[in-house]
Design a protein around this ligand. Structure first.
Ligand code: G
Ligand code: G
Ligand code: MN
Ligand code: NA
Length: 249
């Protein structure tokens, strides 16, 4: 309850901020960053999004926070080379509000970045409810040129009909399958199949949570398009992204 009340003030007080984790095209070029929301609470310190996003959703303020995230992330992307993208996570609340397409169009217009520099990450949870409306929304965004990624792929319902019907550009393979990739033949078979499935459907694949050189080389060998994880780069403050880009060029 305390957190709920202070979350309402957090945005106004500048306690929310974004970190950016680099995404690589193997072996070493940065193609963009994923924006990750953080809350620096004046008393409790850093509160993880897994704790406060559900509160924001329940409290009906996630739509508002999500709009702020979109705008911040697009402004940050404008400081990067023009071919780099920024990926923003969407929560189910942003779909339910019915204004997502307008919000996204307004934000990229106001900030002045090309639509194809913004990537929206959704999870399968978003697809479960109001499937027809959400399909419409994603199709409209896709036609505008916005990229759409399916996040945490493989861990929830993973209905293949979503892959057939929704306009995804990229599948993000959940860290769960990457963690034991070097030792578990089942994870290897699953990851190999996901890469083949995505490529067969004309989508690209990102592996999340890459932490070891062995995982990275296995994924590169198997033709995974993009890698993300602590091995290649931790989430970092917006101010240092330009330095990071310069150093990895
Ligand atoms: O950065 P971390 O691993 O703590 O992120 C935890 C979860 O919070 C992830 O599932 C991530 O997708 C989600 N998350 C991070 N930033 C945002 C955001 O801006 N909006 C939404 N809806 N989810 C986010
Ligand atoms: O659900 P989503 O994929 O959006 O969440 C990404 C989360 O994973 C972020 O909170 C980010 O901090 C975390 N993350 C990114 N790379 C790694 C990694 O290599 N290892 C671990 N354990 N977490 C990671
Ligand atoms: Mn994500
Ligand atoms: Na994920």
């Amino acid at each position: 309850e305390n957190l709920r009340r202070s979350l309402r003030a957090a945005l106004a007080h500048g306690e929310l901020y974004l970190e950016y984790q680099p995404i690589f095209r193997p072996p070493s070029s940065v193609v963009g960053f994923e924006a990750l929301l953080r809350w620096h609470h004046p008393e409790f310190g850093i509160i993880p999004p897994s704790v406060f996003i559900p509160i924001a959703e329940a409290d009906g303020i996630m739509d508002h926070i999500g709009r702020w995230v979109l705008e911040q992330a697009c402004r940050q992307a404008r400081t990067w080379p023009s071919w780099m993208t920024v990926a923003v996570n969407l929560s189910p609340a942003q779909f339910l509000s019915g204004a997502l397409t307008d919000t996204v169009a307004q934000v990229i217009d106001a900030v002045g970045i090309r639509a194809d520099r913004l990537e929206l990450e959704i999870t399968e949870t978003v697809l479960l409810e109001k499937t027809v409306d959400n399909l419409d929304t994603l199709n409209t965004l896709s036609v505008l040129g916005i990229r759409i990624s399916l996040d945490d792929f493989g861990t929830r319902y993973s209905s293949l009909s979503y892959l057939k019907n929704f306009p995804f550009d990229t599948l993000k393979i959940d860290q769960y399958f990457i963690d034991d990739l070097e030792t578990d033949q089942k994870s290897q078979a699953i990851v190999r199949s996901i890469i083949g499935l995505a490529h067969g459907l004309g989508m690209s694949v990102t592996a999340e949570g890459v932490e070891t050189p062995g995982q990275a080389s296995w994924l590169i060998e198997e033709d995974c398009d993009y890698l993300q994880g602590y091995l290649l780069g931790q989430p970092m403050a917006g101010e240092v992204t330009r330095d990071f880009i310069r150093r990895s060029a």
